[in-house]
Design a protein around this ligand. Structure first.
Ligand SMILES: NC(=O)c1ccc[n+]([C@@H]2O[C@H](COP(=O)([O-])OP(=O)(O)OC[C@H]3O[C@@H](n4cnc5c(N)ncnc54)[C@H](O)[C@@H]3O)[C@@H](O)[C@H]2O)c1
Length: 308
């Protein structure tokens, strides 16, 4: 791997991935939506291209010459997709197809499409393996499933080497404070109330962003064309349990927690079986307790990043 194009690389996970590639030449292409922030790339050696993965003309100029393209570019917040789905379909489905077509025309040897456990819907007990059917329940999940399916189609139809990763809920530094962990931490640090959806019993599987990036890198190196790989987390918690840990980490009490009406169509539980990636040598390394402590410390020490 010598030249890597990271689309959506100014966002939370893409910028961590770009930062982890200290041994290669990196291009970041990002539209800089509300979620993209160039300060996320401070200290990362890269060439930056401001642009949209739906722009075929731009991609025809930028994509050629890269040995690996990893697609993080997406609208990523479920609540925003419920308020307005169109941009999600445009970027997550059509944008993925436009990028794949550019990669096909440029003869890019390897593409990784970064996706989510949310494409499967909700599971009460047990875990999904990669053969589970996609049954998305939110516009966000449906748009990501669309991107995954077109990636698979490019692998089958054109023989393109594109692999798909599906991961659980990420946490870590530089996550936009609309997702539950940075939203709660930044509000608790300010002494403000936090909104807990419904009965707080929704279960998520948490993974540190660095572990997710290591899994993606392994799939880039060893993943087979058209195959899906799960990257599971290290801590399965209800939102109520997570809230308790965040209150403790921020030195606050339950009186700052406000129960609010549940999200429409809120998936109850996600759970991934990642034996397939483990067979390639993957292990999540960061224990949740340590990762959460470090993350809370990062938000406490980097108020400038989120308090603007
Ligand atoms: N955050 C999670 O917990 C999680 C879990 C599993 C999978 N994922 C997937 O990982 C990827 C990255 O997620 P994230 O949390 O870093 O998201 P994010 O919202 O922090 O970042 C997304 C980035 O994509 C850019 N972008 C949006 N539309 C674009 C377009 N049309 N063209 C170019 N750039 C565009 C944004 O400017 C931003 O920098 C997404 O594909 C998401 O579906 C996220």
């Amino acid at each position: 791997m010598t030249r890597v194009l990271v689309t959506g690389g100014a966002g939370f996970i893409g910028s961590h991935f770009a930062r982890s590639l200290n041994d290669v030449y990196v291009t970041v292409l990002d539209k800089l939506t509300y979620a993209g922030d160039l300060t996320n790339l401070q200290g990362v050696r890269h060439e930056f291209v401001h642009g949209d993965i739906c722009d075929a003309g731009l991609l025809a100029r930028v994509v050629p010459g890269h040995d690996l393209v990893v697609n993080f570019a997406a609208e990523s917040h479920v609540d925003r997709s419920i308020a307005g789905a169109a941009e999600f379909m445009r970027t997550n489905a059509l944008g993925t197809q436009t990028l794949l077509q550019a990669c096909l025309e440029a003869g890019v040897p390897k593409v990784v499409q970064v996706s989510t456990d949310e494409v499967y819907g909700s599971i009460d007990i047990g875990s999904w393996d990669e053969s589970a059917p996609v049954r998305p329940r939110s516009p966000y999940a449906a748009s990501k499933a669309g991107g995954d399916l077109i990636a698979r189609a490019y692998a089958v139809t054109y023989g393109m080497d594109v692999s798909i990763t599906r991961c659980g809920n990420n946490y870590g530094p530089r996550q936009y404070p609309e997702k539950i962990i940075p939203l709660f931490v930044t509000r608790l640090l300010r002494g403000e109330k936090v909104p807990l959806y419904g009965d707080g019993g929704n279960v998520r599987d948490w993974i540190h962003v660095s572990d997710h990036c290591a899994g993606i890198r392994l799939v880039a190196e060893k993943g087979a064309p058209g195959e899906v790989y799960h990257i599971a987390g290290t801590a399965e918690l209800t939102n109520r349990e997570l809230t308790g840990r965040l209150l403790e980490a921020c030195g606050r009490d339950w009186d700052l927690v406000e129960q609010v009406p549940d999200r429409k169509g809120h998936d109850r539980r996600y759970s991934l079986d990642d034996s397939k990636l483990r067979a390639l040598g993957y292990r999540a390394e960061i224990p949740f307790e340590q990762g959460l402590k470090d993350t809370v410390r990062w938000y406490a020490q980097n108020r400038d990043w989120w308090d603007r």
